[in-house]
Design a protein around this ligand. Structure first.
Ligand SMILES: [Zn+2]
Ligand SMILES: [Zn+2]
Length: 163
């Protein structure tokens, strides 16, 4: 919460070169299946939340932008490639999974369903395993060191030189 009781959200890209702060209520949360959102995210669909009515501040770095159509720009981290924004004449949306705490931002509608990939609806029915279940075939997981920026703001990033 901010001093005047407005909700505050933070987030950023995987490497930490770009960080944002949102003050105020979030708007509609959605996923978009359209072909442009698939390409822009490298994924089956792109989850976005509107920040049209909130104040957005880039607290570290700023996204690089690709103009994906006459109407919209797509912002992403130029260092690590994380998709971050969808920017249209009527406002901006942020990628939900880029938030530090995405669990509380549940999508309420799907867009672009004409392009929905045929297997998307069957994914929840696939067998599931946690990450460490694969330790036998991927023994490096046991000693893995994450270089991902943590899910909170930091004074300095990266914290030290990596070998
Ligand atoms: Zn990055
Ligand atoms: Zn889309």
């Amino acid at each position: 919460m901010s001093l005047d009781n407005r909700p505050v959200y933070t987030g950023g890209c995987q490497c930490g070169a770009v960080r944002f702060r949102v003050e105020g209520a979030l708007g509609d949360a959605s996923i978009c299946h359209c072909r442009m959102c698939q390409k822009a995210s490298g994924n089956f669909y792109l989850p976005l939340v509107s920040v049209r009515g909130a104040r957005v501040e880039w607290t570290r770095g700023e996204p690089k932008r690709f103009r994906s159509s006459s109407a919209a720009w797509r912002g992403f981290c130029a260092e690590c490639g994380t998709p971050l924004t969808f920017e249209a004449p009527d406002g901006m949306a942020l990628a939900i999974a880029a938030f530090d705490d995405p669990a509380g931002i549940a999508p309420t509608i799907q867009w672009g369903t004409e392009a929905k990939l045929p297997y998307v609806d069957t994914i929840p029915k696939l067998p599931g395993e946690d990450t460490m279940a694969d330790i036998g075939s991927a023994p490096y997981l046991a000693e893995l060191v994450s270089y991902q920026h943590p899910d909170h703001d930091t004074d300095q990033w990266p914290p030290e030189e990596r070998s």
